[in-house]
Design a binder for this molecule. Structure first.
Ligand SMILES: [Zn+2]
Length: 66
């Protein structure tokens, strides 16, 4: 399933989700896309909002709140 209008390849990491952060070839999660490699377009963000509302999903809280 392709969703060409819902997301775009991250311009910073080019889809890899990670970027080098020092001269030792170490990698960190890309801050632009949060390590996903893809950035939702405006249409994609609307779909995400739709899913959150209608499915009760919450993609933002992956860590348990304690
Ligand atoms: Zn990225």
């Amino acid at each position: 399933m392709t969703l060409p209008d819902l997301e775009t390849k991250c311009w910073k990491c080019w889809g890899s989700g990670v970027i080098p952060w020092n001269d030792h070839a170490e990698l960190m999660d890309c801050p632009e896309c949060g390590g996903l490699g893809w950035i939702p377009t405006d249409e994609g963000k609307r779909l995400l909002d739709f899913l959150r509302r209608h499915l009760g999903l919450d993609f933002e809280e992956e860590e348990p709140a304690e």
